[in-house]
Design a protein around this ligand. Structure first.
Ligand SMILES: O=C(O)[C@H](O)[C@H](O)[C@@H](O)CO
Ligand SMILES: [Mg+2]
Length: 390
């Protein structure tokens, strides 16, 4: 079997979007005096879809949401020529070709995300060619079904947050991730607002359910050291991305010096990036995203690393490419889960492009033993809401 063609298209969402209200998610831009809505550069309203066809007509689907138009350019100009004409079963060789050929300017960020998209499509082909789901090629079914945590609860009016938490508590979720709205730039009043929001959600879900707290790189070490002692009473399962991804020493200090497990990884890349996080005890939970980190070829290796370090891996976002990695290793106890809703931040855009995503039932997800490959197909229902760039 040989790769015959590689096609990358950018799906630009033109449909309705929910405008962000107020301080709905602390983020890395908050520390600057930038007047515009600070979350604007972290909203994913376009997505690049990769379709790789083999000489016997199998089409593999990959995807990338980080800088989608740039990822497409990297795929078109650099990666497609490296894999075309090659055997997709030589996936490690192909991964090394892509990783090494772009090493002078790649290694992290959008290059690894572009490599991830091609790698996902290759694994989709492998599963389809042997009529097996991808997780069966990685280690098989390690769970009867996948526990998942409800992820949204962006910072809005506290009553709205409580109503949202109650709605998904009633749907059987036993773990919830909420977002902080404030950081160092918002001074002591912001600290008080942050504590109020955690208290409000805990009031609804109680202490028999897990609560995770998302900072999305919006704080710094000094602020995190100040607020963490005040957060401990809320018994968070983890505090996510309190500092920017490059501040690994900051991660390590918080992870080892506060009583709250620190999580991160959605902005880290390759096996080497995670070796660093684990060697330096920077995180207690690893959260790569398989469509960013280097695809399934890289994520599978990182799963093994996490197993060796006894650090749980709970991939960022939901999405099928991550569910296969969680299903196939005991090192991954659960998945993140965004339900389908109006397009807001953009993690949910995946549902408007692909069919095949499992819907959570009672806080669990199920994968089909008999659905080959990643189990995704392109949705046609919302095509009118996309501008597609070939
Ligand atoms: O952990 C997450 O789900 C990410 O940080 C979100 O994708 C981001 O949008 C912030 O909530
Ligand atoms: Mg996160």
């Amino acid at each position: 079997m040989k790769i015959k063609s590689v096609r990358a298209r950018v799906f630009e969402w033109k449909g309705k979007t929910v405008p962000p209200q107020g301080n709905f998610c602390s983020n890395a831009m908050d520390l600057l005096y930038a007047p515009q809505e600070t979350m604007s550069t972290f909203r994913f309203h376009s997505w690049t879809v990769v379709e790789i066809e083999t000489d016997d007509g199998i089409v593999g689907l990959g995807n990338v949401a980080l800088a989608p138009a740039i990822a497409k350019a990297i795929i078109d100009q650099y990666l497609a020529p490296l894999v075309t004409g090659q055997d997709p079963w030589d996936y490690e060789y192909l991964w090394q070709r892509m990783y090494r050929a772009t090493h002078a300017w790649g290694r992290k960020g959008v290059t690894m995300a572009a490599i991830s998209a091609v790698d996902l499509a290759i694994w989709d082909i492998l599963g389809k060619s042997v009529n097996k789901p991808v997780f069966k090629l990685l280690g098989g079914r390690t769970k009867e079904k996948i526990p998942c945590y409800y992820s949204k609860l962006y910072r809005t009016d506290l009553k709205e947050m409580q109503a949202e938490a109650q709605k998904f508590l009633d749907q059987g979720f036993t773990a919830f991730k909420m977002r902080f709205g404030y950081g160092p730039a918002h001074l002591q009043k912001g600290v008080a607002e942050n504590l109020k929001s955690v208290e409000a959600v805990r009031e609804v879900i109680g202490y028999d359910n897990d609560l995770m707290l998302e900072c999305y790189m919006g704080w710094n070490l000094e602020y995190a050291k100040r607020i963490c002692p005040k957060l401990e009473k809320f018994q968070p399962r983890w505090l996510e991305e309190p500092v920017i991804a490059d501040d690994i020493d900051g991660y390590a200090e918080l992870n080892q010096r506060t009583g709250i497990p620190i999580s991160g990884g959605e902005h880290e890349f390759s096996l080497y990036g995670f070796k660093q996080l684990l060697d330096r005890k920077a995180v207690s939970v690893v959260q790569y995203d398989t469509n960013r980190v280097g695809g399934i070829t890289a994520a599978h290796k990182i799963n093994a690393l996490c197993e060796a370090y006894s650090v749980p891996v709970i991939p960022h976002a939901g999405q099928m490419h991550n569910y296969h990695l969680t299903m196939s290793t005991l090192a991954s106890p659960m998945s993140e889960y965004f339900p389908m809703h109006d397009v807001e931040v953009g993690n949910e855009l995946f549902y408007y492009i692909f069919d095949g995503e499992p819907v959570a039932e009672n806080g669990f997800l199920q994968l089909d033993d008999h659905k080959p490959g990643l189990g995704l197909s392109l949705k046609t229902e919302y095509l009118k809401d996309f501008n597609i760039v070939e």
